[in-house]
Design a protein. Sequence first.
Length: 389
Amino acid sequence: MNRFERYLFLSADIIHAYNGSEPFAVFIKNYFSANKQLGSRDRKQISDCCYSYFRTGHLLDDLDPIQRIAAALFLCHQSAQPILENLYPEWSSATSLYLTEKVKLIGVNWDRKKIFPWKDLLSDDIDADLFTDSHFIQPDLFLRIRPGYKAIVISKLTDSKISFEFNGRGTIRLQNGIKIDEILPINKEVVVQDDSSQRIAELFQNLPFKPADTINVWDACAASGGKSIMLKDHYPNSLLTVSDKRKSVLHNLDLRFREAGLSYEKSLALDLSRSVPSGQINNTYDLIIADVPCSGSGTWSRTPEWLDYFDTDQINEYSSLQFTIVQHLIPFLKRGGYLLYVTCSAFKEENEAQIKRICSQFGFQCITEKLIRGYEQKADTMYGALLKH
């Protein structure tokens, strides 16, 4: 068995051992940690095999496991791959064909329902076919340039002979795999942040606040703080409270804020599926950001294992949790204050249908809502709505 055959067999074993109970990125990292004999080149090839396998959903179910992985590599790449060059030369020479032509070449019927069977659940403005096809492609790496660092960031990338695209509004697009932290100080000069996540800031334009205003803001589901840093870059005088139910995540947020040279007023470990304990928050806010837990379906191009393991019952579970979180935030929002509701979901039930329920139940006015179709830009798909209390 040569090393390319070994890559396929190891990938098949890893996929067989994975059961969807944790993100695949965590699972395969632990596998590599336990198998240190695999070098960086081995890990790259095996990871690519596994992720390509998941990207195809159930389209290739009729193939045996080894051929299925090889076929997935063929479908998910537009350039030559070492495994295909050595084991499947007839496919390797045809990687530049259109996806439908590739599927025909490997003898499989083209059926998008086997890749993404939840078309009827998508938000109204999503092109289901384009969205489905986007799962075959890994999204790009995006950076947000922080205020005052545009010239130096572009200069450093140019001097390092890194190929990049600058869109004029502060976003850098790069290929994945670049060790950007060896070139730029992360969080100080740039923030690693998906393009669609950056575009959530477009909703700030509908707020009545000026950049220099001192406003009370609560980032209620702050995670590692990407949107919190973005908020402070737009409103540097804001008095910011951050919270998340995971203390480890808040620790990472604190480290990122230090690297960014920013500060916040208060950090709280809160589980917003429950009412906020008395005395933990004693003031009200001009703006609350709720980047709520969701299915993450707009990010499955990065985590394609969920094409295999997703259960539609989770949509109702997330929808109920999102509604509960908003309900628990309302007492801390000033009358006339604003709620920015955000998901990285592509499902209507978590997006526009949820906003209709929230407005109907709690008397909010929807100022604007935006579905950001990242699948058109090799980025995540996200949804945001700005509500007035």
